[in-house]
Structure formats: C-alpha cells, structure tokens
Ligand binder design. Structure first.
Ligand SMILES: Cc1cc2nc3c(=O)[nH]c(=O)nc-3n(C[C@H](O)[C@H](O)[C@H](O)COP(=O)(O)O)c2cc1C
Length: 263
C-alpha cells in the first residue's frame, strides 16, 4: 500500500496518511472556535472506564510558553507556536472522589498503583492524537514534544501540578507556514505480526534503519548503517537529555507511588 495514499478519497484516511509534524507556523492566533473544536475532539478519544484520566493545559501566557520552550531543550519554535498544550496523565480527580466517597463506606482502598500511571498516560496520548488529527482536518498543523517530562520540580511548580498528575507530552498547533514535502520515513521492518510476536533474525533486523539513513543525490547511502545507528544513539537514547528525562520521570513515578493520597 502506498504510504501517502494521496489518491485515497476517504477524508479520515487521507487526514491520517497525509499528516506530518509541523514546526513552523503563521503568526495568526488560533481562533477560540478552533481551540474548542480540537480540545473537544481530545475529550472524545477512547478512555478506559469513561474516566478521562488526563488533563490538558492550554498555555497562553507568552512568558510561560518561552519558559516551556527553554525547558524542552531550547526548542525555540515552541514559544512561537500559536497553540501550546501540555498533555497530563491525571488520576487526581478520581483519587479525590474515591477517598471522599468510597473511604466513608469501610471499603478497603487500593493505594495508587502502576497500572493507573500506565492508563492515565494512555488516555493522555490518545487525547493528544485525537486533537492532532482534528487539527489536521481543519487545516492546522501540529507537533508533539516529549521533553516536557524533564525538570520534574520546575515543571510541577510552573504548571502547578498536584499529586497524581504528570506531564506526558506537549503539543504545538497553528496554521502551517511550512510543511515537510512528503510524509517522513518509518522503520523498514514489519511491526504488525499475526497471532504472536516474532523476533526478527539479525539479518532482517538490519533492514530496520535502512529507510532512515540519509541518501546522497545519487540515491547512495550517505553513511554506513554502523555510523548511522551510532550517531543516532549518541544523539538520542544515549544523550544527556535522555538520561535527564529518565531521572525526572522516575521522580514523577516515585511521587505517585510513594505518597498515597491523604497520608
Ligand atoms: C513522543 C514524541 C516526542 C517528540 N518529540 C519531538 C521533539 O522534541 N522535537 C521535535 O521537533 N519533534 C518531536 N516529535 C515529532 C517527531 O519527530 C515526528 O513525529 C517524527 O519525526 C515523525 O514525523 P511525522 O510526525 O512528520 O510523521 C515527537 C513526537 C512524539 C510522538
């Protein structure tokens, strides 16, 4: 199947296949109508138990946007984006209700647990993607940014996050000034398996990064796979930023799991 599916006529499918991340926006503010539409779309995402275990902070204050751009590894385009939204996994509303109501009925209450962290993150991510697709459908562009999970203490204070609320990612939105000319590549091995997981043999795994390696004008690989994956590792998974994100996420998990509400 053609990855772009540009000839496809179904509007939903077209929106999904033609979406690209957008990092450069026209300086027009988002209308209140558009803001409402895309955040309403977030609320329509699937959510386990109809619990909506997420919150979204619509960051409007330019100084706050600038601080967030600095926190997110100085990605300056964040401060210039007309719409800056923080997606949060959020169990605080439910814990408060449970401790208030169930706690009065002599029922044992489970302390906050790992599964709740996982599913609040899932809810936040599904809401974020619904919002991005709704935005795309009305001609807006978007890009997600993970670095908002960094700097636990500072972000908690900046966004006034209570217990059981943690950032999952940031989304920026606006009318695209520039868009990538074509959808970006993905890894070159199957990610859908029939019936059970199949670990790829080493020689097939080698195909994984081939579509990601830049090419010369003549279509030759611009570097060897060894070089590419080493540089990729150093720039991303092995970077100081990645280690800093890890420490900060650990702190969120620790807060969540070690301090049962009400104690
Ligand atoms: C969790 C997550 C974190 C991301 N973080 C960043 C980021 O920090 N900076 C950025 O420019 N793009 C970021 N992106 C966007 C990805 O780079 C982008 O989705 C990827 O290159 C694929 O391109 P596409 O979205 O145009 O298909 C992030 C996307 C996700 C889902």
């Amino acid at each position: 199947m053609d990855q772009t599916m540009s000839e496809y006529t179904n509007e939903t499918i077209k929106t999904i296949f033609e979406r690209t991340s957008v990092r450069s926006f026209l300086p027009e503010p988002l209308s209140e109508e558009d803001r409402k539409l895309i955040t309403d779309a977030a609320l329509r995402a699937p959510t386990g138990g109809k619990m909506s275990k997420f919150s979204i902070i619509d960051v409007r204050d330019p100084a706050r946007k600038k601080r967030i751009a600095e926190i997110c590894d100085h990605q300056a385009f964040i401060a210039d984006a007309p719409g800056v939204y923080v997606y949060l996994g959020d169990f605080s509303r439910w814990y408060r209700m449970i401790y208030k109501h169930v706690g009065t009925l002599n029922v044992d209450i489970n302390y906050p647990r790992e599964d709740e962290i996982l599913f609040s993150i899932v809810d936040a991510a599904l809401a974020a993607e619904n919002m991005a697709l709704a935005a795309e459908g009305i001609g807006l562009g978007s890009c997600f940014i993970a670095d908002i999970v960094i700097k636990h203490d500072e972000v908690k204070e900046l966004l006034k996050l209570p217990k059981y609320v943690m950032p999952v990612m940031l989304g920026i939105f606006g009318k695209p000034k520039a868009r990538p000319s074509k959808p970006s590549s993905r890894i070159g091995v199957p990610v859908v398996y029939e019936d059970y997981y199949r670990e790829l043999p080493d020689d097939e795994l080698a195909d994984m990064i081939m579509p990601l390696i830049p090419r010369t004008k003549d279509g030759e690989l611009a570097m060897t796979p060894d070089d590419y994956i080493t540089r990729y590792y150093i720039r991303r998974l092995g970077s100081w930023l990645s280690f800093a994100r890890t420490e900060s996420v650990k702190a969120y998990f620790k807060d969540w799991l070690e301090s049962p509400y009400g104690e």
